[in-house]
Design a protein around this ligand. Structure first.
Ligand SMILES: Cc1ncc(COP(=O)(O)O)c(C=O)c1O
Length: 404
């Protein structure tokens, strides 16, 4: 491997939420932090180099998007996903969550209904709620505990599934559907058939789809990400795609993302909203770093994904052999492993206490992603293997005391 993902880098004192906010969130700082979704690996070196290069000129003035940014975004989508994106479809948003908030502002009013598929990344719940929209939580089908404790639980049946009758019913009267694609916390890569079906139903019911594809570049073998808007003209003409290299290249602190909107009328409305507050101005590092990631990223990303895949295999192996009551949803994309603690037969509070007080791990409680997430804990495995080993040892020691 050309790149080193084993190196231990001390993030303490850098303001990193993952390590510096453990005390604030858990009231103690003796926990191994494996929660918020960024990586403990160094950001890709060509991204850091782009920042260094820009700082060689000490005038930190207003910065515009030059052609190389458009080119890099277009080429990346074409090369990785075979999606031909046009320059006029693109705009800058400071992040995916801000992008979702902009969609709410541009296309809905307070009181309008927004559909999400729970359990799902918690800002999908918080952002609409905080802006006075009405949330419709369309629960996904949760795989059974015995499948996830998994003697062979693999593929889509060992991950979240859509309850189509419920989806159609819940979509009635909604204005927007926030699609998490790939899905967090399940790591599900929605298939072409599923995406096409969602596209048809949403178009029929006149619900615009916001497809959050932040985890797309973290799709693991043998799965393939298919951009929602690429599945059909129906999907293209009724959607807003939000993309970013921030997750895959570990640069979320740079707040630089992209909106992709093929439909002229939808783009005009969205872009007018962005223009009204100069929300799409970007910042000094917004464009050069994205350009660097997309222009140089393939080899680094492949190695990073292999390493993540190795960490997931490692966790799965230890759970199967040493902690058979704990299952997991194997992500098809992302470095987030949704641990299934339902077999431990603890309440949500007890499960959290077990992971915190006994295993000394700081994980995300599955319940924060919506009711079907209860009984699960989300483990971030984007750390050097030695940290994953330490986490598994701590979990195993706690498990053996209580359940073996
Ligand atoms: C599905 C999903 N969307 C969006 C985000 C955050 O995006 P941003 O930091 O660009 O707002 C995350 C971060 O974990 C995520 O998992």
């Amino acid at each position: 491997m050309k790149y080193n993902f084993d190196a231990l880098i001390d993030r303490r004192g850098t303001g990193a939420i993952k390590v510096d906010c453990v005390q604030e969130y858990w009231g103690r700082d003796d926990l191994l932090p494996m929660w918020i979704a960024d990586m403990d690996f160094p950001t890709a070196p060509f991204v850091v180099e782009a920042i260094r290069k820009r700082l060689e000129n000490p005038i930190l003035g207003y910065t515009h998007r030059c052609d190389s940014w458009y080119r890099a975004v277009i080429d990346w989508q074409q090369m990785r996903y075979g999606w031909s994106v046009r320059k006029e479809w693109l705009n800058f948003v400071s992040g995916i969550v801000p992008g979702i908030a902009h969609c709410l502002q541009a296309f809905t009013e307070p009181g309008d209904k927004i559909l999400i598929q729970t359990p799902v990344y918690h800002p999908y719940i918080l952002v609409p709620q905080k802006s006075g929209r009405e949330l419709v939580m369309s629960d996904l089908i949760v795989p059974a505990n015995d499948v996830l404790r998994g003697l062979g639980g693999k593929g889509d049946e060992a991950n979240f599934q859509i309850d189509w009758a419920r989806f159609e019913h819940d979509l009635e009267g909604c204005k927007l559907f926030l699609l998490c694609h790939p899905h967090n916390p399940g790591g599900r890569v929605w298939t072409r058939e599923e995406l096409s079906r969602m596209a048809e139903i949403c178009a029929h019911k006149q619900v615009i789809v916001v497809s959050d594809e932040i985890h797309a570049d973290l799709t693991l073998k043998p799965y393939h990400h298919i951009p929602f808007a690429s599945v059909s003209e129906t999907a293209a003409q009724n959607s807003i795609t939000l993309a970013s290299p921030s997750k895959a290249f570990n640069m979320p602190g740079l707040s630089s993302s992209i909106s992709i909107i093929p439909n002229e009328a939808i783009a005009a409305k969205f872009n007018a909203w962005l223009d009204s507050g100069e929300f799409n101005l970007g910042h000094l590092f917004a464009f050069d770093t994205v350009t660097a990631a997309y222009s140089n990223g393939t080899e680094w990303l492949e190695q990073c994904l292999d390493y993540i895949q190795g960490n997931i295999d490692y966790v799965e192996q230890i759970l199967r052999t040493e902690m058979p009551l704990i299952g997991m949803i194997r992500p098809q994309a992302s470095y987030l492993v949704f641990l299934d603690g339902r077999g431990l037969e603890l309440s949500v509070e007890e499960l959290n206490r077990f992971f915190t007080d006994e295993a000394h791990l700081a994980l995300n409680d599955g319940a924060m992603f919506g009711k079907p997430g209860e009984g699960f804990m989300r483990l971030n495995v984007a750390s050097p293997r030695s940290i994953i080993a330490q986490a598994m040892n701590q979990l195993k020691a706690a498990y053996q005391k209580r359940f073996a």
